[in-house]
Structures are given as C-alpha cells and as structure tokens.
Design a binder for this molecule. Structure first.
Ligand code: DAH
Length: 358
C-alpha cells in the first residue's frame, strides 16, 4: 500500500516537472507502458490471495487513472504553451506599411496595357477579351476579308493543323476578332477596348512573331468620325502625359472599315530617341475608321440602323516610344536585369487621378 502511495507521489512530481512533450511521452511509457512501473504492480495482483487483491486492486486502478489523467492534463498544457509560443513568434503586424522597394517588377507591356485601359475606362469603355486561337471567320471573313482576299497574304498567319472537316484554326493576327465576338454575343450599343496578344509569322529587328495590340470599338446609332478623332486625341494626351499632341489622319485602306485612316502624331527624331508631341516628323501609331457595313451584317446588325468606329494599335511600339526602350526583342528575352531597369514597381498602379506612370 505504501509503495502505491509513494509511486503516485513520485510520478505526479515527475509529471509536474516535465517541460516538453517528448519527455512526457517517455514518462508515460515508463509508468503506464507494458513494462512500466504501474503496469508491473498491476501484474503483481495475480500472485495475491483474493482478500488482499480486493483491497489492493481498487487502489492500483485509482493510481493508474490518477497518473493517466495527470499526464493528459500535462500534455494539454504543453500543447497550449507550444501554440502560444508559435503564435507569439510568427506574429505579423498587418498595420505596418508595405516595404516600398519590392523585388518584382511589372513588365512595361503590362504597364502600358494598364495605362491604356485606364484611360479608356475613364471615357466609359469596357475591357473585352478573346482567345488567342481563333477561327477563320472571326479573324478574316467576318471582317470583310473573304478567302481569296489579298489582305490574307499580308497577315502571315500561323495556322493550326487542318481538322477532319477541312477547317483550320489559327493564331489571331489582330485583336479585331473581338469586334466580331462582341457584336455577335451582346446587344449594342458597344463601347469596348480589347488589349491582347497577336501573332504573325514575322521576325526581325522591329517585328516579333508574338506582339500586342489594343483594339477599340464603338457601335451605336449616332457615333461618327468626329467622335473617333475626339476619343483618340483625348487618348494621346492622356497616354503621353502631354497638354497637346498634334495628330493627322491619312486616308488608308482596311477591309473592315470604310472610310479608313491611319493616324500619325507629331514627333522629333533625335538619334535613336523620339520626342512625341511636336517637331517636324510624323509617326504612325494606329489604324482606324468607320466600321464597314459588311462587318455589321456579318454580325447580324442592321447597317441602316447601327454605325460606329474602330481602331487598332500596336502596344509594343508605343511602349518603346513612351519609355525610350530601344530594342523590341528585349521585351521577350526575360532578362531580369532589363526588367529591373525598365519595369515598374507593382504598387504604382496607373490611375487617371494618381498619375499613369511614375
Ligand atoms: N487590325 C488592323 C491590323 O492589325 C489594325 C486596325 C486598323 C484595327 C483599323 C481596326 C481598324 O479596328 O479600324 O493591322
């Protein structure tokens, strides 16, 4: 009997001193495990006469329970302490300001796309997108470029392998495809801009097989060429962050617009640097025009009721222009040193109110 009491005191004292979970587990095994001190005592019950067993057995059971419970309590307390320590150590003060100098950079093309969409969003345009892989109809036919049209050759199209029915998908050669997708899937009026990737089998110092465009489309019952000029004038001033940008519209031809024009802006070439806004030179930056009635018909719109304008602009070139980036191909080299030099800090999101570029 005294042994039992002594063992209980000893074990409880040891449990009280244990300071980590591993040590507690060793202690549990040495007391309650198969060969543990408590288990050995219980095994002794077998050699006792029945009368003795009757008085000893309940005491041993009590010992076992008391020790077991004490271990569980100690375990819970150690767990809680470990969690508290972890929480204290991993504490984050979310009220601290973010470190300004982060290592990642926004690619100039992403930046310029954000700047452009921000400007047009400010004029009430929505952003629309479409897939890189397109069908012939959306890329050509619906845009009034029928199968034997010479404009198809000009586009140096990447085709996917022919399907069983003889049709071929292609990598869109321009973002004009999304004019068709929008007019076919939604009801007018439309006022959208479409930034995205485009592809042509073309590669030299000023061309890459993948490049970027932004398309604009306005369809309603009254919009005319004057509105087109106004929208683009507003865009140029906002984008180049200048009070005045002189522009001119030269008559041109695109199958999907009638009349069509190309827009140039005034600039000065100084070595390989270009100063935008004024000077003696002109720089062509986009194609535009009134949407051809045939395109409207292809999209199920009545051209006697609806009309509007569209434009398409290369993003890469105007990004080079705005940010003085000399080589187009460097855009797609994934050279981190280049990105660190020409890239933008992620938190400097372009906004009309806060400034487009910083
Ligand atoms: N899709 C033409 C191209 O890639 C650019 C273009 C010109 C788009 C005139 C238009 C437009 O929407 O009206 O060269």
């Amino acid at each position: 009997m005294q042994d039992i009491e002594k063992l209980e005191q000893d074990l409880l004292a040891q449990i009280g001193e244990v300071s980590d979970l591993d040590a507690l587990e060793s202690l549990r095994i040495s007391a309650l495990g198969k060969k543990g001190s408590v288990s050995l005592m219980m095994r002794g019950l077998g050699q006792m006469d029945p009368a003795e067993r009757q008085t000893v057995a309940p005491k041993l059971n009590k010992l076992k329970n008391t020790v077991g419970e004490a271990i569980e309590r100690a375990k819970a307390a150690l767990h809680a302490a470990a969690l508290d320590a972890k929480l204290a150590e991993e504490r984050i003060d979310i009220t601290l300001p973010v470190r300004h100098e982060t290592t990642g950079r926004i690619h100039p093309i992403s930046q310029v796309m954000d700047e452009i969409t921000e400007i047009f969003a400010g004029m009430g345009f929505d952003v629309a997108e479409g897939p890189d892989i397109e069908n012939d109809f959306n890329n050509f036919t619906a845009l009034n470029i029928p199968p034997e049209h010479p404009a198809r050759q000009m586009h140096d199209t990447f085709y996917l392998p022919e399907k069983e029915d003889g049709s071929r998908q292609l990598l869109r050669t321009h973002t004009s495809t999304v004019q068709i997708r929008t007019m076919q899937s939604k009801k007018p009026p439309h006022r959208i801009v479409v930034p995205g990737r485009t592809f042509r089998s073309d590669s030299d110092q000023t061309h890459t097989p993948m490049f970027h465009q932004i398309e604009g489309l306005v369809i309603d019952k009254t919009s005319h060429m004057g509105h087109l000029k106004g929208v683009l004038a507003e865009f140029c001033k906002a984008f180049f962050e200048l009070d005045e940008v002189t522009m001119r519209f030269r008559p041109s031809y695109f199958p999907f617009t009638e009349p069509s024009a190309e827009m140039d802006i005034r600039c000065t070439f100084a070595g390989d640097h270009v100063k935008v806004g004024e000077g003696d030179d002109w720089l062509e930056i986009l194609g535009c025009g009134m949407v051809n009635p045939r395109v409207l018909e292809h999209c199920g719109l009545d051209p006697t009721e609806y009309q509007g304008f569209a434009w398409g602009m290369g993003i890469d070139r105007i990004a080079m222009l705005k940010y003085g980036i000399p080589d187009l191909r460097a855009f797609f080299d994934s050279d981190l040193r280049w990105l660190k030099h020409y890239g933008f800090v992620p938190l400097d999101v372009p906004t009309l109110g806060g400034g487009l570029s910083r």
